[in-house]
Ligand binder design. Structure first.
Ligand SMILES: O=C(O)CCC(=O)C(=O)O
Ligand SMILES: [Fe+2]
Length: 457
């Protein structure tokens, strides 16, 4: 069965008989017409490997056959098929959303009843959805606006200037990454970005022993030239600090929502949480890009690997989250809010009771770039994962999605080391082997292979 969703809320899903839909060889060609049967009045799940949603928005109910003109790429169960034509795209046309907006004011305020209600609601969202907005988070709107403004200024600079802070010059894998450097599930992310972390002196970067190799992730950021954007550094430093403080409050609220002591997670993060910030620009997709591999998604479907992700987004939109039922819902910009989603570490710690929500960023046609600032709040590098005895905390039913007692993510493919920083270092090395070879040559054997996995087990 093929399933669709529209970019907005849970629109009537359509369920198709494959034989009605796919030509015998399973591939539709540009300009070809086909018809599909809609045999349910409700639309349902979307396949994770569905690559393009154009064609999904016309609402036709119960048993109707609709003609479609082949014009955009779609893939299902390994079979490529093209679909689209006269059916208009529903992307970005969100009317409603299921995503809750939680008021941090109730948590920070004096009213104990309101605080308890907030904590309960927080737990409920984490358990059922894993992604929500927060308002009244305490980070001044002016600072958020300034952060987005300097981001815009940076990406407007000539490429030669952006390349002055190219990430390959950094042994901490930080700096400017042009489009094409990062990919999700093998598909290039259609965005450019700068990577930042906690600002530290180069001397803090030690990690000579294999056991403390993650210490090499500590060090300085690469800053846009002050002559071009003098205030970039101070604004970004202030923004990271405020996000850091707010994230710790949120971790405490999460501890309470799990029935734990408020400070349960403190020692996992303090005194030096290893956060990571991206400053990202998603260019609009032009017609020419429409068919290209690049540009299908700003970022393809993924869950974040850390504990907690916070996102400041501008007014353009394109972010979507997948519900546990597989439906994609828009997470449109709401002024004054941050989007929060939980990462795989928290899902593992809670044995799947709290969800690491799969999300993606659509690459939208138009004339405006989208700017966003994702902030990943992660434990101190030498912290070891803590598992939580969920069964003693809740009587709710849930499916334990972790494998082998929580030692791996991505369906068991990514084996986790108990020390957080080792996983982080390994994932940087895997994603950027050339940079690792340049800055960490001691990790390369005589044949030029990275020996990290062998050394770390
Ligand atoms: O930019 C966004 O809206 C989200 C980016 C994201 O999901 C990520 O970088 O992990
Ligand atoms: Fe993400």
């Amino acid at each position: 069965m093929l399933r669709f969703c529209r970019g907005s809320d849970l629109i009537c899903p359509l369920s198709l008989a494959q034989s009605d839909f796919l030509p015998s060889n399973g591939v539709g060609f540009r300009g070809e017409s086909m018809s599909v049967t809609l045999n349910r009045s409700k639309w349902s799940l979307m396949r994770p490997n569905l690559r393009d949603m154009s064609g999904a928005s016309r609402i036709v109910r119960g048993g109707a056959r609709i003609p479609v003109m082949v014009n955009s790429l779609m893939r299902t169960e390994g079979v490529a098929c093209e679909l689209g034509g006269d059916i208009t795209t529903g992307i970005g046309s969100s009317e409603t959303t299921e995503i809750a907006v939680l008021d941090m004011g109730a948590y920070f305020g004096e009213d104990t009843g309101a605080r308890e209600e907030f904590v309960e609601n927080l737990g409920d969202q984490c358990h059922r959805v894993g992604l929500f907005y927060v308002k009244n988070h305490g980070i001044p709107q002016e600072l958020c606006d300034s952060m987005l403004a300097v981001a815009r200024q940076f990406f407007d600079l000539p490429i030669s200037v952006k390349n002055e802070i190219d990430y390959t010059a950094s042994s901490q894998f930080r700096g400017y990454m042009k489009i094409g450097v990062e990919n999700t599930a093998g598909l290039v992310d259609f965005r450019e970005q700068i990577e930042f972390g906690p600002e530290e002196n180069a001397e803090t970067n030690m990690g000579e022993n294999i056991d403390s190799i993650f210490m090499r992730l500590r060090g300085p950021n690469q800053w846009p030239p002050a002559a071009c954007i003098p205030e970039f550094r101070s604004i970004a430093m202030e923004f990271m600090e405020q996000m850091n403080v707010f994230s710790m409050h949120l971790m405490q609220a999460l501890a309470l929502s799990l029935g734990l002591d408020q400070d349960f997670f403190d020692s996992t993060f303090l005194p030096h949480p290893h956060y990571q910030m991206k400053v990202a620009r998603y260019p609009p997709r032009s017609t020419e890009d429409g068919d290209a591999e690049v540009g299908t998604f700003g970022v393809g479907p993924h869950s974040d690997t850390g504990f907690l992700s916070l996102l400041l987004q501008d007014g353009v939109g394109g972010l979507q989250a997948q519900t546990v039922d597989g439906l994609w819902v828009d997470v449109p910009p709401i002024e004054g809010t941050l989007v929060v989603n939980l990462g795989e570490m928290l899902q593992l710690a809670t044995h799947g009771y709290y969800l690491a929500t799969v999300h993606r960023v659509l690459s939208l046609p138009g004339t405006r770039s989208r700017y966003s600032i994702p902030f990943f709040f992660n434990p101190r590098l030498d912290a070891e994962a803590k598992s939580i005895d969920i069964k003693s905390i809740t009587s709710k039913e849930w499916r334990d999605t972790t494998t082998k007692g929580g030692e791996s993510t991505h369906g068991g493919r990514n084996k986790l080391h108990p020390v957080f920083g080792i996983n982080t270092f390994k994932s940087f090395v895997r994603s950027h082997p050339q940079v690792a070879m340049r800055h960490h040559p001691d990790l390369i054997d005589a044949q030029g292979n990275l020996v990290l996995d062998r050394l770390l087990g």
